[in-house]
Design a protein around this ligand. Structure first.
Ligand code: AP5
Ligand code: MG
Length: 371
């Protein structure tokens, strides 16, 4: 699945159809179990238009006798909930004396739901339950509990499976999320150049998610996972781990991390194959590398800095001269060709990595402001 475009905006894949179906199975089973022995005929209140698909899918899974009534609300304008209560425009049937299950596509602040519940009471419903396909727990402001939730999501703007962006997207069977112009920076440089040192302040200043493949791999090694065991011998010899492993870790982060303006990739890509894989991942997201920030220091300084760090951090790949030399060799052979790769792409920016940490940080900050 790649990105889709609706009007002026790009949306990236978020929840696949299969996952939606299983979530509806689950919620339908909960409702059935609560209502299956009832003598009355409960009403599903379908909240138009967004809830059409969900209500239909839900209803065909319910095995007890039930009716449907639809209600129309005024709609969102654009991608922001206006903060106004949406007006209720009309109902297609009576709920008097009946138990009602309100079926919503999505609940965020809960303002609409509060209004609907009041409306059901005013129309004589004997009981009101709430069911929603999507729930944003981070936005919800009511005390009233949502009785049935198929899936919880963060506070993002989404389309598909009944939900729209200014009228479009309701017919898409998967759910997509608005792809804000995410930035993808590469922090490039030889071992010991200061990538990890500079990454923290860059990430904070520009609201970026810092991903260090080296740190992720060391995390796996510390856990003793299968992946960690595979990586250990290679890392301790100063060799690279297989491309597929790091590519998988990176894509996983792109798909799961929320709340940042972009990513700061530290130690990835490290081979031409990885750079090509990254280009493909970003093309799927309708974008490309925003900029490469390359920290350059001479080989002799690499050795000094790593020896200094060895005394403080005790990283296994800092321990022996042989491993350090092999990392430098691996860098020149496999990683340095990326300088040309990104020069050709017009994304390469080199920074003098010598001098104090603060001096290097200043150079990075002035460059970042221009990217
Ligand atoms: P990784 O962890 O990425 O190691 P690296 O690239 O060798 O880089 P380092 O973390 O050693 O250096 P750094 O640039 O972050 O420098 P730092 O800020 O710490 O990768 C480790 C291994 O994992 C690889 O060898 C490989 O096996 C595997 N791997 C990782 N990614 C992979 C990938 N994509 N594909 C395949 N395999 C992968 O600074 C170093 C020291 O210098 C510190 O002590 C710091 O305090 C000091 N320092 C920093 N700046 C200054 C300064 N300006 N002045 C004085 N001291 C400074
Ligand atoms: Mg590092």
């Amino acid at each position: 699945m790649g990105n889709i475009r609706l009007h002026d905006k790009s949306f990236r894949p978020f929840i696949e159809y299969d996952k939606i179906e299983s979530a509806i199975d689950k919620v339908a089973a909960e409702i059935t179990s609560d209502f299956k022995d009832s003598k009355d005929v409960p009403v599903l209140l379908c909240v138009l238009n967004g809830s059409i698909l969900f209500t239909a899918e839900l209803m065909k899974r319910l095995t007890f006798k039930c009716e449907i009534v639809c209600v129309k609300l005024s709609s969102y304008i654009g991608t922001q909930s206006t903060g106004e209560v949406r007006d209720i425009i009309g109902m297609t049937g009576s709920v008097k004396g009946k138990r009602v299950i309100i079926v919503e596509d999505i609940i965020d602040s809960g303002r609409t739901i509060a209004n609907l519940v009041k409306m059901m009471e005013a129309n004589g419903a004997s009981e009101t339950k709430i069911c929603t396909m999507l729930f944003k727990p981070g936005c919800y402001k009511l005390d009233k509990k949502i009785d049935y939730v198929a899936m919880e999501i963060p506070d993002d703007f989404i389309v598909g499976f009944g939900l729209d962006y200014d009228g479009l997207g309701r017919n898409i069977k998967d759910i997509y999320v608005l792809d804000e112009n995410m930035k993808y920076y590469i922090l490039f440089g030889p071992p010991g150049a200061g990538k990890g040192t500079q990454a923290a302040s860059m990430a904070e200043r520009f609201n970026l998610c810092h991903i260090s493949t080296g740190d992720l791999l060391r995390g796996e090694m510390a856990k003793g996972s299968e992946l960690g065991l595979k990586a250990k011998a290679l890392i301790e010899a100063g060799e690279l781990v297989p491309d597929e492993i790091v590519e998988g870790m990176i894509e996983n982060k792109f798909d799961s991390v929320k709340g940042f303006s972009g990513f700061l990739l530290d130690g990835f890509p490290r081979t031409t194959a990885q750079a090509e894989a990254l280009d493909k991942m970003l093309a799927k997201r309708d974008t490309s590398v925003t900029g490469v920030v390359s920290l350059m220091i001479p080989d002799e300084m690499i050795k000094e800095r790593i020896k200094h760090r060895a005394a403080i951090e005790g990283r296994a790949d800092d321990a022996s001269d042989e491993t350090i030399s092999n990392r430098i060799k691996t860098y020149h052979e496999k990683t340095e060709p990326l300088v040309e790769y990104y020069k050709k792409a017009g994304a390469y920016n080199e920074i003098d990595g010598t001098g104090t940490i603060e001096e290097v940080r200043e150079r990075i900050n002035s460059l970042m402001e221009t990217l």
